[in-house]
Ligand binder design. Sequence first.
Ligand SMILES: [Zn+2]
Length: 239
Amino acid sequence: MIDTEKIILPSGIECEIQELTADAERILTNKSDIKSGQWINKFMSKAIVSIDGKKYDNQGELISALLDMRTGDRNYLLLQIRMQSYGDEMDFNFECPKCHKTSGYHMNLREMLDSGELKVDSYQTDTPIAIKTREGVAEIDYMTGHSEQWLASIKDIDTIHLAMAVCKKFNDKAPEYKEFLKLPVRDLAKIRATYAGLKGGLDPRIKIECYECDSENEVMLYQIADFFTPLTSLGNIGL
Ligand SMILES: [Zn+2]
């Protein structure tokens, strides 16, 4: 009998999740899924029992429902899946990018969520936000799994791709790279600032203080290998 749990995502969508089986960890090492950015959706799909009461027999439909979700909801869902399957505790080694020395850490994810160290914001309802640029109007909106996957598929991401990922539309059409190339950098910065101010869902950034040089490093929770496969960095499994 597998344990299931009902959770409410920051946008209000109810998800029922179940414990992951070893099958899910296999996805994390599948090179073609990692390359295409599909791994995260396949990984999450293994834990989903239902979304908004709907059960999915078809894997493709389930993946598409996950892709439609906003990134802040997906981040929250991923954290809940992690806690349900592996527990709240996270022990890991982290190499400081400044002094390159490695320190050991212990975190309790649920306590961080309860204390607000991991922030969850409700969604703004005034989206998309229209920004006037010299070349036309950019509509800034929350990223979804589709935008994440699009970014993951690009080999050399630059600031233009990042700005495009948060624009739902540019002059009423899908944004195009060649149009964005013509934008003054001031407009690109305006798009970035607008998106940075758009809070919603789980913010996966955490601060890790280096015990050797005292510098504070901002890290995405998911950049820590032990988030997905506990004891990876500690045990030197070398995945
Ligand atoms: Zn350091």
